[in-house]
Design a protein around this ligand. Structure first.
Ligand code: G3P
Ligand code: CA
Length: 251
């Protein structure tokens, strides 16, 4: 019976996001420097089919520009500074594209969790994100590992259709998934469940693990809490502070 996970792992949430601007190449590069094997990133689509790495649906919080970005194209990215808001040291740090991240992963031997951002747009537009992400990830070296996650079962279902061998993680933020995780997990042939730290319980972790899923909890910045979750049997935690964790958590 699966309850205790002996080697839980940190997943650097948006990269080393307390040391560098989140979701940038600088934040992902720091993972390699700190011996952190896996990072998380958020992806969305520009008008020309370029997949970019950004958490929010606008540029307001994490760049020197404002407004939505979905109508922009790759050429526009050069005019956007995604580093200065964090620190002058990172001035000019670009909003990365997924294909740049793929190169960085190949060069540094890093693994990732790619989160497909949810947009309230027609299904065809949502599918376009899946197709573009699958295209970019196809350039990964065969020994790299990627977990695809989303709050949208529709996007995950589409990803499973496009990439039959994909490893899927289902994100859920509240108890809404309490009655659904089992059937949605089976439907998607998911590898992992990603519950929020605010809702996860010892009992739910036990159920998820007994059903055979990896359990990665977001977002856990306290070592003490991470140790408790490990004791409950989780396989990983998303954290903004991967540098605080011992080596065996980072590998
Ligand atoms: O994947 C875990 C976590 O990143 C989900 O929430 O809002 O940080 O993307 P959010
Ligand atoms: Ca995310």
């Amino acid at each position: 019976m699966l309850t205790k996970c002996r080697d839980p792992q940190v997943i650097a949430h948006r990269g080393m996001s307390s040391l560098a601007p989140e979701n940038t190449l600088a934040a992902f590069r720091l993972c390699a420097e700190h011996g952190v094997t896996r990072f998380e990133l958020d992806v969305d689509l520009l008008a020309d089919g370029t997949v970019i790495v950004l958490h929010d649906s606008t540029l307001d919080r994490t760049t020197n520009r404002t407004g939505a970005y979905h109508e922009l194209s790759r050429a526009d990215l050069g005019r956007i500074d995604a580093g200065s808001w964090f620190s002058p040291e990172f001035a000019g740090e670009p909003v990365p594209t997924l294909d740049q991240v793929v190169d960085l992963m190949n060069e540094n031997g890093l693994d990732a969790n790619v989160e497909l951002k949810v947009r309230r747009v027609p299904a065809a537009q949502q599918r376009a994100l899946v197709t573009a992400v699958a295209r970019d990830l196809d350039r990964l070296d065969p020994d790299r590992d990627v977990l695809i996650s989303s709050f949208s079962p529709l996007l995950l279902h589409e990803f499973r259709r496009v990439v039959p061998g994909a490893r899927i993680g289902i994100l859920f933020e509240n108890k809404r998934m309490n009655g659904l995780w089992h059937s949605v997990g089976l439907m998607l042939d998911a590898a992992a469940l990603h519950p929020s730290d605010s809702t996860v319980t010892r009992k739910s972790v036990r159920r998820f693990r007994e059903a055979g899923y990896e359990v990665n909890v977001y977002t856990v910045n306290s070592r003490e809490r991470a140790e408790q979750l490990a004791e409950w049997g989780v396989t990983g935690v998303f954290t903004d502070r991967a540098q605080d964790f011992p080596e065996d958590w980072r590998a």
